[in-house]
Design a protein around this ligand. Structure first.
Ligand code: ADP
Ligand code: MG
Ligand code: MG
Length: 442
């Protein structure tokens, strides 16, 4: 690792840290904290800080609720937006049981387990996310709205772009926290933005996505705005996605590249793509976890609907960007920023590895616009759709042995049952759409 215990103790002193947040995420990807004062740091670094796991949804039952936090020293970072005297630092933690074994309900452990399997095959995984979000106005009580005064669009510059100052502040804050920002720009819809950071090893990137969301929300608030990662906050405009760019490395070399292939892709890359396609329907409840996620996956807004791949076209589920050499990657375009990044990466990696192990043949690429194909043509070309809603996605996951193994039975049971409850609660609502379409007419 980067830091030893002594390094952290020294940093905490040097940085004048007063509070330390020990962070982890629940199965839905929500960031949780146990806050300690710096007087407790040694105890924390010795893995002795405990919390009650039963207070966290989907985590543990009362009888088995004692959990321990094992900080990952390399994740030490201070929060630049907090006071510079008496600073606040964070450490991202793994969750362990009292018997000293990893807790199966910890999503970070699920990713680590998948990465260990890859390691056995000689691979490390790199991931680069492209995370989109909206910046909306807050009302006079500081409550979030879906209103915006701006009318800017893709790559527009200020003064049309009201969020520009906030976005610049976000980029600077992320850079202070060690992020390498590759791009930041206005997105297609009014008030929609994207900030891309450089790809890195999967576990680090999953940690970074959690930090990224915290920074974006915190800095937006400081600018009197509300940042939301909700996949489709507004009918009739583009939703927010989180494209996941993935590649595998062996001995420091990107193994998805092969100059001798006609598309410049290796056999492993084709198998990896085939594995993702094979398991995509079962994984969608993880990559697109909300009722609202499926309102983004509709025609007309650059979001994928069909399970297909292309190296030419920008719109299919799996796209192979034109970069080759170290930049050779598979881009999965369905995930949205509400996915638990640890679980999303774990299931994508497991699916890709399954493709490699079984040497699954990749279906032919679809380089034409799928939306122009007739139902008959899609059928003869075996082009399937993604699940249409959270119910279909959750059922597909529930019936999948692959998914049970990939996330472990603890998370599998709790996740699928929580998602089915979420769907059932949603379908029982009487919505504004129903009132405006039915109330006066019937
Ligand atoms: P797009 O063409 O879809 O707009 P971007 O250039 O915005 O793509 O984003 C590319 C993302 O892919 C960045 O996060 C970048 O760091 C990442 N990336 C580049 N090379 C690799 C690689 N070999 N493996 C994984 N991710 C990569
Ligand atoms: Mg983009
Ligand atoms: Mg992209």
């Amino acid at each position: 690792g980067k830091y030893t215990k002594e390094d952290i103790l020294k940093k905490v002193k040097e940085d004048d840290v007063e509070f330390i947040r020990l962070q982890f995420t629940d199965i839905f990807g929500d960031l949780k904290n146990v806050a300690i004062t710096s007087s407790q740091i040694e105890k924390a670094l010795d893995n002795k800080i405990m919390f009650d796991g039963s207070s966290i949804e989907g985590f543990a039952r009362i009888e088995e609720s004692d959990m321990y936090l094992y900080p990952d020293y390399d994740t030490y970072e201070t929060f630049p937006w907090r006071p510079q005297q008496g600073k606040v630092a964070r450490l991202i933690c793994d969750v362990y049981k009292p018997d000293g074994t990893p807790f199966e309900g910890d999503p970070r452990y699920v990713l680590k387990r998948a990465l260990a399997e890859a390691k056995e095959m000689g691979y490390t995984m790199n991931v680069g996310p492209e995370c989109e979000f909206f910046l909306f106005q807050t009302d006079e009580n500081g409550m979030p709205t879906t209103n915006t005064y701006e009318r800017a669009s893709y790559f527009d510059l200020g003064p049309l772009d009201f969020g520009e100052n906030a976005r610049r502040d976000m980029v600077l804050t992320l850079e202070q926290m060690g992020f390498e920002i590759e791009a930041s720009h206005h997105e297609v819809a009014p008030a929609q933005h994207e900030i891309d950071f450089k790809y890195g090893e999967a576990l680090r990137t999953a940690d970074n996505i959690e930090t990224f969301k915290l920074v974006v929300k915190t800095i937006a608030k400081r600018h009197g705005l509300c940042a939301t990662f909700m996949p489709k906050p507004k009918y009739g405009v583009c939703g927010s996605g989180m494209h996941m760019n993935m590649s595998l490395q062996k001995d420091g070399k990107n193994i998805f590249a092969d100059e001798n292939d006609k598309l410049g892709l290796s056999q492993e890359a084709y198998w990896f793509i085939a594995g993702i396609m094979e398991h995509m329907k079962e994984m969608t409840a993880i990559t697109n976890p909300l009722v609202n996620s499926y309102k983004r996956l509709v025609p007309g807004y650059e979001a994928p609907i069909y399970i297909a791949w292309s190296a030419k076209n920008r719109s299919p589920l799996i796209r192979i960007p034109s970069a080759r050499g170290a930049g050779t990657r598979v881009e999965l375009r369905c995930p949205d920023p509400t996915a638990n990044p640890y679980l999303a990466m774990a299931v994508c990696l497991k699916a890709g590895l399954d493709g490699i192990k079984r040497q699954l043949p990749v279906p032919p690429s679809v380089d034409t616009n799928i939306f122009n194909l007739t139902a008959e043509e899609k059928k003869t070309r075996h082009i399937h759709s993604l699940p249409a809603n959270l119910r279909e996605a959750t059922l597909a996951m529930s019936e999948s042995d692959f998914m049970k193994e990939a996330v472990g039975s603890h998370i599998f049971e709790r996740y699928t049952s929580a998602k089915m409850d979420e769907w059932n609660e949603y379908t029982r609502q009487v919505t504004d759409w129903e009132i405006s379409n039915y109330l006066y007419k019937v």
